[in-house]
Write a protein that binds this ligand. Sequence first.
Ligand code: SF4
Length: 278
Amino acid sequence: MKVLVAEKCGFCPGVRNAINLARQTLETDTKVSSLGHIIHNEDVVKQLSAAGLETVDSIDAINSGTVLIRSHGATLEEFEKIKAKGLKIVDATCVLVRRVQKIASQLNEEGYKVLMIGDAGHPEVKAVVGYAQDVEVIGSEADLDKLSLRKKIGIICQTTQSPDHFAQMVAAIARHGFSEMKIINTLCRETMERQQAAVKLCRQVDIMFVLGGLHSANTRKLAELCKKHNPETYHLQNWAELDKKTLSGKKTAGVTAGASTPDKVIEEFVKNLREYKN
Ligand code: SF4
């Protein structure tokens, strides 16, 4: 089968940095805990766990050693709790996520109520909410009904949302009649480039595969976008999950992967697909 790979896919700099920091820390420190899964990829989590990285849901579960903050970041309260316990911090918060946190608190200082377009349950969004004082998360247009008409609104976005969704939500917010809206583009360029490359590719192929963790927001978004342009799109974690029946009658396949998908998973999938005889 002819297989084309998206021009840009796989690990982003933020995720690569978090994994490298985790590996380096495990080499030097005896007890290392990660606050939540270091990235949304089961294979990487298992590898790091085998090397000694413990994953915990709450700081209450850590009494000694080093705490690794993942690329999605943590709230100010969590940082203070870790410091109060006398634990060492290794901070792998992505620079772009830190930028969103700073912008949210600056907007509050300037008197704006912050509206963050994103998924309220996502760790990055939770961290931003816990960083600033007056932030409301807007997941869909329905969430706008709960807003009271305030004069000054500052709008930001979860880094991994699509530009189209951001623009659509900004338009919906504008229709609410706020007299002052300050919009700051906090989308991640790496994510946008992956989305553009995926859409371009999925239009040229008979079948499209999006590889990555089922909990990875950016992978899910990639799959959602590709599905819109090519209904024959499948979100899989690896080659083992592929139902070979889907390949029947297909000549060309496209492959992309989320920002937390290791190169090894992509390479193995592409190799097997190229060798597959329909
Ligand atoms: S997707 Fe973008 S914002 Fe998120 S960790 Fe990667 S580089 Fe940072």
